[in-house]
Design a protein around this ligand. Structure first.
Ligand SMILES: CC(C)(COP(=O)(O)OP(=O)(O)OC[C@H]1O[C@@H](n2cnc3c(N)ncnc32)[C@H](O)[C@@H]1OP(=O)(O)O)[C@@H](O)C(=O)NCCC(=O)NCCS
Length: 193
């Protein structure tokens, strides 16, 4: 069953599930070179984007959202529920993986930072997950800053771990936060609506 954590409002931002009318806006920046410079998965075909986003409301494991400000879609957030690794018999569906893309026309305005925070709120307060992780190219300072300001801990630096089409093998950083760490730091303010 899909128990959605959306919608959530934070200041002037509305985080909600995507609808058909959002797809052109999502497509307008998903394949932007400024975005793909920092993405492992680069060009996404329009039909694939459409299929992926419209499947989210029925998915038991995908809780991606769009970020709306003043009636415009300005960013997208990714929240996937995954199984934690370990021996047979481990509980399933306990962990989350987050990511985000801000439309390059709206960067530098705190939207990335707000999106990471709200994705963690959705993961822990909305879905009751146990641990959430995120990864970034090590040379993505804005994303590193966002993950650290959201309270995530750097757990690893993987040297030359990710292939980049133009730059070759790049370092990757991995971040995580546990539910009790989130509870200890989560400020009131964001609210479900
Ligand atoms: C990375 C990205 C999400 C940033 O979004 P944004 O809305 O511009 O981020 P914010 O405005 O919230 O700024 C984030 C922080 O990074 C800092 N920052 C931005 N550029 C920076 C740079 N070059 N070096 C150091 N810090 C930087 C900002 O000062 C801000 O810090 P603060 O909150 O302490 O002021 C956006 O540029 C993007 O979508 N990039 C392409 C896709 C991507 O990289 N996604 C993440 C993959 S892991």
């Amino acid at each position: 069953m899909h128990t959605t954590p959306w919608p959530i409002r934070l200041d002037d931002l509305l985080f909600r599930e995507a609808v058909e009318q959002d797809l052109d806006a999502l497509l307008s920046f998903r394949n932007d070179p400024d975005v793909n410079r920092f993405m492992v998965r680069t060009h996404v075909e329009p039909e694939e984007l459409r299929r992926d986003w419209l499947a989210v409301p029925e998915s038991p494991t995908e809780f991606s959202c769009v970020v709306e400000r003043a009636g415009r879609v300005v960013a997208m957030g990714f929240l996937d529920v995954v199984d934690g690794p370990g021996q047979d018999g481990a509980p399933t569906g306990t962990d989350g993986l987050i990511g985000y893309i801000v439309d390059p026309r709206y960067t530098g305005q705190g939207i990335g930072r707000a999106t990471a925070r709200v994705l963690l709120q959705a993961a822990f307060d909305g879905l009751g997950l146990r641990r959430v992780t995120a990864a970034a190219y090590a040379d993505n300072p804005a994303s590193v800053r966002i993950l650290e300001s959201a309270g995530m801990r750097r757990e690893r630096l993987s040297r030359q771990a990710l292939w980049h089409d133009e730059l070759g093998w790049l370092d990757e950083v991995g971040y995580a936060i546990l539910a009790d760490e989130w509870a200890a730091r989560a400020p009131a303010g964001a609210r479900s609506s």
